[in-house]
Design a binder for this molecule. Structure first.
Ligand code: SF4
Length: 303
């Protein structure tokens, strides 16, 4: 089936199933274009909670669909490919976190949303890349903070606040493919270009940035800046969104290797199959969902 036929079938199925399609900013261009909403993981889940749809087709990786299932317990959440996991989220298991908490019994556990529901359920508060600094700043200075699982984001937050954090040794393999030497070369080749990057990048890459932001923050900043050339240090899928949003600007990828294979597992065909078969359903047991939801809600309460 060609893309047009697939899109037509997808529209029919969305009507039949009363479904909404959400796509993360790192998805394939054609998947982003077929979605009702594109955005970052938490923004998409909040969007899902506001819609009247009974079915959410979440084109992203597994922890994102889990977050939607936690926030929208009354809706069916589907993921087109059940193998779309996140290596960074898999770098912390509940058993490992329990051991670490045992070693730091008074630490406040701040957990990045890029984590499993079971890990969120063991955390005091969640954060996103957009609000991590604000969330950690809300913890009294005399309390230790255990930041899970992204050490790069945690290190960025620690530097912003001038405050030591206990960092979990997790990282995003895709963002760590972006190397400082490549960014320096690109800056030399494009002297008028500004460099924007995601805080999942390594510290030496972040040190070269004119602006550091979440994917949604990057979209906003790139739209508002007067710069006409921008080097982009994040997963390659965001470039599609940036080019659509700011067609008058030139976006240069910081590394052709910043391509998350898990994010790219979802395709138009799998989206159609998913709605046809109502598969693959992502559910979170109530005893895990309730404490995980509390950690997410605590984050949302921080002004
Ligand atoms: S880009 Fe990184 S954090 Fe996002 S899903 Fe891929 S591996 Fe996980």
């Amino acid at each position: 089936m060609g893309d047009e036929k697939l899109l037509e079938r997808l529209r029919e199925l969305k009507r039949e199933r009363n479904a909404v399609v959400l796509a993360h900013n790192y998805q394939r261009p054609e998947v982003q274009d077929a979605a009702d909403f594109t955005g970052d993981s938490l923004g998409l889940s909040q969007q899902a909670a506001r819609t009247a749809a009974g079915v959410i087709l979440f084109c992203g990786v597994h922890f994102m669909a889990e977050t939607a299932a936690i926030i929208c317990p009354d809706k069916s959440v589907l993921i087109p490919d059940p193998n779309a996991g996140c290596p960074m989220a898999n770098m912390v298991t509940p058993r490992e976190l329990a051991e670490m908490k045992g070693r730091h019994p008074n630490a406040v556990v701040v957990t990045y949303v890029n984590s499993s529901a079971a890990v969120k359920a063991m955390s005091d508060v969640c954060c996103t890349s957009a609000n991590a600094v604000k969330v950690v700043a809300s913890v009294p200075r005399d309390r230790e903070v255990l930041f899970v699982p992204d050490q790069s984001l945690g290190d960025y937050v620690a530097k912003q606040l001038g405050r030591p954090l206990i960092l979990w040794p997790g990282y995003c393999p895709t963002h760590h493919h972006i190397l400082a030497k490549d960014v320096r070369e690109l800056k030399a080749r494009h002297p008028d270009a500004l460099f924007v990057c995601h805080p999942e990048c390594t510290a030496d890459v972040i040190a070269l940035a004119d602006h550091v932001a979440s994917t949604s923050g990057m979209v906003k900043w790139c739209h508002e800046t007067t710069a006409k050339q921008i080097i982009v240090g994040t997963e390659l899928g965001l470039l599609h969104r940036l080019r659509k949003d700011s067609p008058d600007k030139a976006f240069i990828e910081a590394s052709p290797l910043a391509d998350c294979p898990n994010m790219k597992l979802n395709t138009l065909e799998k989206m159609v199959w998913s709605l046809e078969d109502m598969a693959y359903q992502v559910t979170v047991p109530p005893e895990v969902a309730a404490p995980a939801r509390r950690a997410i809600e605590r984050m949302l309460e921080i002004k």
